[in-house]
Structure formats: structure tokens, C-alpha cells
Design a protein around this ligand. Structure first.
Ligand code: BGC
Length: 763
């Protein structure tokens, strides 16, 4: 009886599919809706609740699949999707259980944190954002989608679009920095890259934008901490990137761990229903973060049954790991805490995602052994990862043009991160092949071949504190701690460095010094590494710092003392080659910071789009009774948008198409940019505005446009921007997105500090 019934469901599903996929997209949508309804009508309440359950498969990927608890749950219809599972063979086996053994044969969705590449690893997102190149960013997500889908995965927990102005927070490495405009452009590019034009294609995957919302404002930069923020700030500064992802058609969204207005995001109805669905029109599904549901018990928001019911009532559809929904919702329906209709809605959204991915038509469509052999970590993808990495590097200092260096003589490569394959891909690179990543040492040696000699010494451990080092190098990212004393390591390094013409120091943070649960209160380079750099400087040789970091660091000492600093973030599997490309000048660096570098940790939060206050400092620092510090100026060490090149760019004055516009117009803003140096190079031309008077006060500068242009040595280009009403609008006290008449300033430059300025009036 049971078998006959299931067979009937399959026929219904398959025949519907044949009708709908041959028609236009609106019909396709309507077709999907009716197919979802038809499946839903066959489901028991328990089966519907089962679809809302997302366990992690992590523990049994390599274990005996058949006998595991999860396999049994799948068979019983208690699992909607799985994550932390990879390879076609493993995924196929799980899918087989779902579509052959469960009563209704509903396929599973398979998720993973495909954050910055899959096996071909691209730079950490913060680094990627510094390329300011939307095509490049989209392509990186496209390649990640192709590789992940070739390995059985069809859903990624990316992009992470949390705006953050707090570099103590380790997860800034996973986002795109401090700015809502840049963050929104990147959110769109990533969603487009993952999802492509057709989610049902076998090489596109569903994107899940996270962590909704405001996670990047965790108090004191401590992970999982409380957030409290005004609506005005949320709408104007923190929510735009999530909205941009929704506007770009993202299929799913993940709630954040923090609370908002005292209500955990995972059960926040205002956030999940009023804003997300009603205001923004989101029609995908909402998943919690890892144990986000059960953590609400710890937040002090109720017991498991009550927080689970509240979450679904608020608009949550899927429960990652907690199994709060699975174990309590049926009782909550009985108790009248939630309606069966609300469960239908959640289940409907998950089924719809599976239809959109084409899983009902072919549950194994992402399980193609042939693709997995040819499309993952292949030469083309690795080449793209290499060139992308070079675009993410930011040249912070280059006194007397120490860089680029010549491929001749002897180069001393020193530092704990110089020969550290496992660290090249940075945090959240769960599918990376560490042993095949290119280290700096390999990259440099390969690049110089027989033309120069590269000599190496480790010079120091990551940190004198062994426990800190262990915590900063977990997940197989050991830096192979050297048992010798710091003094011994340094003296060996100095001895070797003395033989060289130039010293390259690979230093900074280890991969897991940023990322989840990796907050720091001291954001300087660890003391032992600084001591090493001091000793190397004493040799009198030119020193170049190749800086690894997952966050803005306080580099005041380095800026004062080290002649050249190239910030390489964590550049991915090909980073060593990319670093060589830039150090030797085969690629001219063009990255620009997407997050302000402070002078010290006490200035945090420090960001360019700040408010003026009633007592801004104007004129020299220090002034009594103005908004400044006694011990340090208000200036950043490196401002947002900053980054040097091996050439120089100059900017003309700004030309405006008119000095007065009405709300029916747009304004053309133009500037001539000239490459005045002797090398070809690329420049990110940035446009900012300031709305001088507002019904809520406006920041002193807001990014509203940018263009990355390539200029030959000596070339001049006119760069045109168009400012429309969208760019001049903001969320007013009623949270309406509108313009207000009045005077505006417009600024253009190569960073947020050094700009040309003009003014216009909106009538
Ligand atoms: C993180 C998410 C991630 C999830 C699944 C959580 O701890 O906050 O960003 O997607 O785990 O791995």
C-alpha cells in the first residue's frame, strides 16, 4: 500500500514537471506553486515538520552511512536538508535514502559554507571586497558554484553581508567591510554568481545571505554578543546589503545569533516578517544559524518548545541543528501555540526551493561523477583564483619605491607565515586542499627560477603564547611551532637576512585568528613578530612586510618603521603565486581598503561615514571641548578606500552637468584621472556625497559610486558618474526612503580622505 502510494506521488510530481518547465517563467512559477501544493496535500503534519529540519552531517561523512541516526531520520521523513557533507558519493547515498526509502520520496537539499571558493580558494571576502571589481567577485562566486555543484552541493551559506565597523570582531574577515553601498553591490554580485540566471541548472546553487541582521554590530566586537541599534541606523547603514541580496533574488536567508530590540533575530517577527517579507517582498525561505533556535533558551527567551513556536510564528522556516522545530512543533500545534497553516507556509517555502533547484525533476542532478573529476580545482579555476588574489592585495606603504623587487640577487624570506601552506586559504575554507596551496616561499622560488636566490628562515613563532597560537591555527592550519626560543629563531633569521639584498617578512595573523569566535582586543601584530621585524630592520637592508590578516590591524609602529607594507589578507589556494606576481611587479597592485585601519584599538568604531556631531574637530588636534582624544588624533591610519599602486594617479577638478537639479533630473559628475607614473595601472575612482542638512542628520561622506579603470602610463581618462534620486535618498524619521531638497557636496578621489570637491543644490 505504502509503495503504491509513493509511486503515485512520483507520477504526479514528474508529470507536473514536464508541463511546467517547457513554459515561460511566470507560468513556471505558477507551475511550481501548484506542484508544491500537490505535494503538500499528501503530507502529514509530521512530514511537514520534518522538512523544516536541517541537521549537520559532519559527524558521519566518513562513517557508516547506512546505520547512522541521520540516515534513519531521513528514512522517517524527519530531515529536509543536510549540510557539512561533500562528494558525489556521500551525497548520492543520502539522497538515495530520501528518494527511495522515505514515504514521500522528497529529495533533500544539500548545504555547505562555500564562502570564498570551494577547492579552488579565492581570497577571504574582506580581501575580495578590496578589489572593488564586481565582475571579478561575481566570477569568483560562479566558479565556487560550479565546483561545489560538481561535488553534489546545491546550497551555500553565502554571502555574508554583515556591515561591521569593529575590527575586533573576527568575522569581519567574512564580510565586505564597513560600507553599505559597496556591501550592497557585492551582495548582488555574489548572489548572481552563485545562482546564475537559472537555479535549476546543474552548475548553479542557491545562495543564502547571512546573518540577518546586524550581526556585525556585536557589542565590543565579541562574537555572538548583543546588538542594540536605532531604526535610523539600521535602515540607512546596516540593512541595505541584505535588501540588495533580496532584490537580486537570493533564494534563502539565514538569521543571526544576536538579538534586536531584546528579541533574538531568529524569533523576531518584525525582522523576519514585517521587514523581510512585507516591506522587501522576500519569497524564499529563512533558516536559522547553527543552533540558533535552541540558543534562544540560553538568551532567556523561553524553553525549547516555546522558542521554537515563536520562531516559526515570527517567520523562520528551517532549523539548523537544534531540532527544536522537529521535536516540539507538533505539540505546539496541539497546544494552540502555532497553527498548522503556519507550518504549511514554512514547509511550502522549503519545497519550493527544492523545485526551483530542479531536485524534484532529478534528485541526483548535482551528483555527476564526471563533473566532479573535471570541474573542481582545475587549472583554469586555479588561474582565476591566482589573478583574483592579486587584485585583492592592498599596498599600504611603499617608501622610495622599494617595491616592486627585482628577480635577481638574494632575497631573504623570513617569518612564521612564509612557509605556511595550511594558512594560505584563511578562515572558512572547509573544502580547501591545504597541502596543495601555494606558500609564499614556493611562489617566490617559482617566480625567480634560476635568476635569483631565495633564502628562508622562520624567524619567530606566531605568538609567544602557545595556547593562543594553538587557538589561532585550528582546523588543520598548524604553523608547526618551533621549539627554539624567540632569541634563537631571531638570530638565525638575522644571520640569513644579512646575506641577502632585500628582506621580505611574511608576518601578521594566522588563518584562524579571524573568522568565527576569533575576536581580539589587541589588534596589533603579535609582539614576537614585531621584535623579529625590529631585528631585521637593524641589518640596514630594505624590508618589505607581506602582511597576512583577516581584519584591519593597528599598524602604527609598522607604518612608522617598515619601508613597504603589502597587505595580502588570506589570498586563497594560489596566494603564494599571486604574492610573487605583485612583489615582482608582474601585477601592479590596485586593491583599496573596504574597512578603515585605525591607529589603535581605542579609536574603534572608526569609519569614514561618521556623523559630524555638534563639536567636530576642525583645525589642529588637540582642542579642548571638541570631539577628540587627548592621546591620539581622530585620523585613521589608513582611510577607507585607501590603497597605493606602483604608479601614481592625479585627479582634475570635478565638473558638474549643472549646479541645480530637481527631483526629475539626474546629475552628471565628471573628473579626469591621469596615470602620471611610468607603469600601467588600475585605479578605483570613488564618488562620495554629503547631504548637508537632513531631517535626520547625514554622515560627513557616503560612497555613492565607484569605477575601477585601467590606465596606461601617461594616459588620461574622463570618468563620468550619474547621480540620481536613488543616490540622494535616505530613510527619514518615518523610515521612508526619500530625498530632501537642499545643498549637497560631492567628492571624488582615490580614497575617502583625499578628494576633490564640488557642490550642487537639489531644488
Ligand atoms: C555560522 C554560519 C555558518 C553555519 C554553518 C555558524 O556557526 O555562524 O555562518 O553558515 O555555522 O556552518
Amino acid at each position: 500500500m505504502k509503495t503504491l502510494f509513493s509511486f503515485a506521488v512520483m507520477i504526479l510530481i514528474v508529470s507536473c514537471s514536464q508541463v511546467s518547465y517547457s513554459q515561460g517563467s511566470q507560468k513556471k512559477q505558477a507551475g511550481i506553486d501548484s506542484r508544491v501544493d500537490s505535494v503538500l496535500s499528501l503530507m502529514t503534519l509530521e512530514e511537514k515538520i520534518g522538512q523544516l529540519n536541517l541537521p549537520s552531517a559532519g559527524a558521519f561523512v566518513t562513517g557508516a552511512v547506512g546505520s547512522s541516526d541521520i540516515a534513519k531520520k531521513i528514512e522517517e521523513g524527519n530531515v529536509g536538508g543536510l549540510f557539512n557533507i561533500k562528494t558525489v558519493a556521500n551525497i548520492k547515498e543520502m539522497q538515495r535514502i530520501a528518494v527511495e526509502k522515505s514515504r514521500l520520496k522528497i529529495p533533500l537539499i544539500f548545504g555547505m559554507d562555500v564562502i570564498h571558493g570551494y577547492e579552488s580558494v579565492f581570497p577571504i571576502p574582506l580581501g575580495l571586497s578590496c578589489s572593488w571589481d564586481m565582475n571579478l567577485i561575481e566570477r569568483s562566486a560562479r566558479i565556487a558554484a560550479v565546483e561545489a555543484s560538481a561535488d553534489g552541493i546545491n546550497w551555500t551559506f553565502s554571502p555574508m553581508v554583515d556591515i561591521s565597523r569593529d575590527p575586533r570582531w573576527g568575522r569581519v574577515s567574512e564580510g565586505s567591510g564597513e560600507d553599505p553601498y559597496l556591501g550592497s553591490q557585492i551582495a548582488k554580485a555574489m548572489v548572481k554568481g552563485f545562482q546564475g540566471d537559472d537555479l535549476s541548472a546543474n552548475n548553479t546553487i542557491m545562495s543564502c545571505v547571512k546573518h540577518y541582521a546586524l550581526y556585525g554590530a556585536s557589542e565590543a566586537g565579541r562574537d555572538y554578543n548583543t546588538v542594540d541599534m536605532s531604526r535610523h541606523r539600521m535602515y540607512n547603514e546596516y540593512l541595505p546589503p541584505y535588501k540588495a541580496a533580496v532584490d537580486a533574488g537570493v533564494g534563502s536567508i539565514m538569521t543571526s545569533f544576536n538579538e534586536i530590540d531584546g528579541i533574538p533575530a531568529t524569533a523576531n517577527k518584525w525582522l523576519l516578517t514585517d521587514v523581510l517579507r512585507k516591506e522587501w517582498g522576500f519569497n524564499g525561505f529563512v533558516v536559522s544559524d547553527y543552533t540558533g533556535v535552541s540558543e534562544m533558551v540560553t538568551h532567556g527567551y523561553g524553553d525549547l518548545q516555546s522558542v521554537s513556536a515563536k520562531a516559526v510564528g515570527a517567520g523562520l522556516d528551517m532549523d539548523m541543528v537544534s531540532e527544536g522545530l522537529l521535536t516540539t512543533l507538533a505539540k505546539s500545534v496541539q497546544d494552540g501555540k502555532i497553527t498548522a497553516k503556519q507550518i504549511d507556509e514554512a514547509c511550502r517555502r522549503i519545497l519550493k526551493a527544492k523545485f526551483l533547484l530542479g531536485l524534484f525533476d532529478d534528485p541526483y542532478k548535482y551528483c555527476d561523477e564526471g563533473r566532479s573529476k573535471s570541474e573542481i580545482f582545475n587549472a583554469a579555476n586555479r588561474a582565476e583564483a591566482r589573478s583574483t588574489a592579486a587584485q585583492s592585495f592592498v599596498l599600504l606603504k611603499n617608501k622610495n619605491n622599494v617595491l616592486p623587487i627585482k628577480k635577481s640577487g638574494t632575497i631573504a624570506l623570513i617569518g612564521p607565515l612564509a612557509d605556511a601552506k595550511e594558512n594560505m586559504t584563511g578562515t572558512w575554507s572547509v573544502a580547501a586542499r591545504f597541502s596543495e596551496s601555494i606558500s609564499v616561499l614556493e611562489g617566490l622560488r617559482k617566480a625567480v627560477g634560476a635568476n635569483a636566490k631565495v633564502v628562508y628562515a622562520k624567524g619567530s613563532n606566531l605568538d609567544e603564547n602557545e595556547t593562543l597560537e594553538a587557538n589561532a591555527t585550528m582546523f588543520g592550519k598548524s604553523l608547526h611551532r618551533d621549539k627554539r626560543s624567540a632569541a634563537e629563531l631571531r638570530s638565525e633569521a638575522v644571520r640569513i637576512a644579512k646575506r641577502a639584498d632585500i628582506i621580505v617578512v611574511a608576518a601578521g595573523e594566522a588563518a584562524e585568528m579571524s573568522g568565527e569566535a576569533a575576536s581580539r582586543t589587541n589588534i596589533e601584530i603579535p609582539e614576537t613578530q614585531r621584535e623579529l621585524i625590529k631585528e631585521l630592520l637593524k641589518t640596514g637592508k630594505p624590508v618589505v612586510l607581506v602582511l597576512f590578516t583577516g581584519r584591519p590591524l593597528a599598524l602604527t609602529w609598522e607604518e612608522e618603521n617598515v619601508p613597504a607594507i603589502l597587505n595580502v589578507w588570506f589570498g586563497g589556494s594560489e596566494a603564494g603565486d599571486a604574492i610573487a606576481d605583485v612583489l615582482f611587479g608582474d601585477v601592479n597592485p590596485s586593491g583599496k581598503l573596504s574597512m578603515t585601519f585605525p591607529q589603535n584599538v581605542g579609536q574603534i568604531p572608526l569609519y569614514y561615514a561618521h556623523k559630524n556631531s555638534g563639536r567636530p574637530l576642525s583645525g589642529p588636534w588637540f582642542q579642548k571641548f571638541l570631539s577628540n582624544y587627548l592621546d591620539v588624533s581622530n585620523d585613521p591610519l589608513y582611510p577607507f578606500g585607501f590603497g597605493l599602486s606602483y604608479t601614481n594617479f592625479t585627479y582634475s577638478d570635478i565638473t558638474l552637468s549643472t549646479r541645480e537639479i530637481t527631483s526629475a533630473d539626474s546629475l552628471r559628475v565628471s573628473i579626469n584621472v591621469t596615470n602620471t607614473g611610468t607603469r600601467d595601472g588600475s585605479e578605483v575612482v570613488q564618488l562620495y556625497i554629503r547631504d548637508l542638512v537632513g531631517s535626520v542628520t547625514r554622515p560627513v561622506k557616503e560612497l555613492k559610486g565607484f569605477q575601477k579603470i585601467a590606465l596606461k602610463a601617461g594616459e588620461t581618462r574622463t570618468v563620468n558618474f550619474t547621480l540620481g534620486m536613488q543616490d540622494l535618498s535616505f530613510y527619514n524619521p518615518d523610515l521612508k526612503f526619500e530625498t530632501e531638497p537642499g545643498e549637497f557636496h560631492v567628492f571624488i578621489g582615490g580614497n575617502s580622505r583625499d578628494v576633490k570637491q564640488a557642490a550642487f543644490v537639489l531644488k
